[in-house]
Ligand binder design. Structure first.
Ligand code: C2E
Ligand code: MG
Ligand code: MG
Ligand code: MG
Length: 292
């Protein structure tokens, strides 16, 4: 009997491996086509001031709207795109499109908030990053101070000498720098002082349980304190409840992002929600839980 179970177990394992391999082959062939046929889209998620409830930024998040596969989330195709070397082209396309779109909104009279784009490790290590940013800013006409690049701890840990140079060059261009998913990498904190960063984004795994788990609350509080001491602004990611927002506001978090305010949305929905954001700011029930 044991032998039979073993064989069954082996077969199941084998089949799931085949399914994974098959999905990979399909995704890979479709991904190449997706770039050529411009099947990617940028969704936008507002970043909101905890204190005033105003929209102060937006994060650009890529979506793949595949004719064959439907809407594919970045978690499903970005790791593969990294492996086969397509992520740089995707990132470049997202940056170009997000800056173009945002400049258009500004020209249409929407407030000039920050637009944040995610930078993959590969994109960061490419020498062309500086050229790409320069070209994108030039072509879009966007004020460099409105572009924010989101980097992860992993990116910042590798190649320290060169990393400092690249970050300083970007800073010199007037671009803002953020560290994304803070707390999820196993990196030392010393880089926070060495690198010219502007914004620290607390990962949503800490925010998730902030009102129930004293450890998560403590980590979040300590992170906010530390960031402010280092003159960084803090964004909490993945805020879903009013209680989480109240906790963060009471503890001087600067901004938040999350489903509580809005999911990432298509560009055509964005102008309307922006207006709603300002309406929310004026409403009395959005006042912070404690005066700052
Ligand atoms: P991220 O940069 O940390 O982006 C935040 C993710 O959290 C987004 O997932 C967003 O939809 C999700 N999120 C926001 N608020 C909430 C909330 O209240 N609850 C929950 N459960 N989730 C929330 P998304 O769009 O699926 O992107 C996942 C990751 O993929 C991003 O994490 C980022 O690392 C990467 N990514 C997205 N777009 C790009 C891109 O253009 N280039 C690169 N290199 N990476 C990207
Ligand atoms: Mg991000
Ligand atoms: Mg994040
Ligand atoms: Mg992430």
């Amino acid at each position: 009997q044991a032998k039979e179970q073993g064989r069954n177990g082996y077969q199941i394992y084998d089949e799931s491996m085949n399914a994974k391999a098959l999905e990979r082959i399909i995704l890979e062939s479709q991904l190449h086509k997706a770039l050529k046929e411009e099947e990617f889209e940028v969704y936008y998620q507002p970043q909101v001031s905890c204190r005033t409830g105003e929209v102060v930024g937006i994060e650009a998040l890529v979506r793949w709207n595949s004719k064959e596969l439907g809407v594919v989330e970045p978690g499903r195709f970005l790791p593969l795109a990294e492996e086969i070397g397509l992520v740089i082209q995707i990132d470049q396309w997202v940056m170009k499109e997000a800056c173009r779109q945002h400049k258009l909104w500004i020209d249409q009279g929407l407030p000039p908030v920050t637009i944040a784009v995610n930078i993959s490790g590969q994109q960061f290590l490419k020498n062309e990053l500086l050229d790409t940013v320069t070209a994108v800013l030039q072509r879009s006409g966007l004020d460099p101070g409105l572009l924010e690049l989101e980097l992860t701890e992993g990116v910042l840990m590798a190649h320290t000498e060169r990393t400092v140079k690249t970050l300083q060059a970007l800073k010199g261009m007037g671009v803002r720098l953020a560290i994304d998913d803070f707390g999820t990498g196993f990196s030392s904190l010393s880089y926070l002082k060495r690198f010219p960063l502007d914004v620290l984004k607390i990962d949503r795994t800490f925010i998730n349980d902030i009102t129930n788990d004293p450890d998560d609350a403590a980590i979040t509080l300590a992170t906010i304190e530390m960031a402010h001491t280092l003159k960084l602004q803090v964004i909490a990611e993945g805020v879903e409840t009013q209680a989480q927002l109240e906790f963060l506001t009471r503890n001087r978090c600067d901004m938040y992002q999350g489903y509580l305010f809005s999911k990432p949305m298509r560009p055509e929905e964005y102008p309307r929600l922006f207006a709603a954001g300002h309406a929310a700011a004026a409403a009395p029930d959005h006042a912070p839980a404690a005066p700052l």
